[in-house]
Design a protein around this ligand. Sequence first.
Ligand SMILES: *Cc1c(COP(=O)(O)O)cnc(C)c1O
Length: 374
Amino acid sequence: MDPATTSDSASAQPAFRGGTPPVRPDIAALAPYVPGEQPQGGRWIKLNTNENPYAPSPAVIEAIQQAASGRSLAKYPDPLATSFRTAAAERLGVEPDWILCGNGSDDVLTILVRSFVGQGESLRMPYPSYILYRTLAGIQGARCHEVTFDAAWSLGDSFMASRDGLRLVVVPNPNSPSGTVLSKAWLLEAAEQLPCPLVIDEAYVDFAETDCIDLVQQCEKVIVTRSFSKSYALAGLRFGFAVARPEIIAQLTKVKDSYNCDTLSIAAATAAIADTAWLTETRGKILATRHRLEAALTSLGFRVQPSQANFVWCTHPGTRHREIYEALKEQGILIRWMTFPNWGDGLRISVGTDEEIDAFLAALTEILRQLSTG
Ligand SMILES: *Cc1c(COP(=O)(O)O)cnc(C)c1O
């Protein structure tokens, strides 16, 4: 008898011993999304993943401590994060049922792609931008239609064109890695032309001059996502949200995990969004340091893209970006060397504290001197 058909479990062999486990072919073929390095331990100057270099608002820490007291963690969290939605709605001038919360804005993006994009359909995104969108489409067995930015980091009309199977368009604004923004008028025009919803990923918007929340009210196809990881200094907490028409939010709510946000993160995000003074002060410090960083990089011979985010994208005419990245890493300074196939490469530097940026600039100056003489 064929041993595989006996009930003797000891003789049953997993089909994938040494090979690929029997996941869906789409998943087996998927290139994993690789986030920036997160070294654990050691003394690093971390300028590679756009975290906020400052401590979060003290009101946030207090809210977490209170939320953790007594028996509160023994109970499930509020599945709809009502306290946060009420506070955020007031702040943004919408109703609470226009808001969906997520375990980071990446979770919100996952919910959006799962809700709108089916197998064999397609998602459109600009290139180069946030590569996670491509991974999320891949998990759905969907296609990704990437439209390349022009030299001025604008997008042509092909970005708003109809196309068979197009179900969702996602654009980060400000964009990463460039730190550039598309105008509100252009985004509204795109949303009106498109045959499907347009997600404007505003992970960096608190560092920018304008935001697109009012486009959600003007056009039913616009969905805005926000994150607490960058401007609110809460990347370790995992909280983000979407703003969209209540009819859209109701559909997305069916797709999310019931308890996708925990009691501590809901309490923390509710306190964070209420502390507008902390945000104004922190934003001011980061923008001042960003201006200084942009000027210093320019005087070191870099081409610097004027940024509306908490990072700067730059290229050096010598184009030895990889060597610069590696030499900095040897000195305990992490920045992001990003290379985009069929496009090019460059360096993305997050805005740290003034001390961190001074240390970075001193090391960079010396590295450039050695590269030019060596
Ligand atoms: C950092 C980032 C996010 C992810 O934010 P989380 O809230 O930490 O999940 C989303 N979009 C873009 C463009 C980002 O850079």
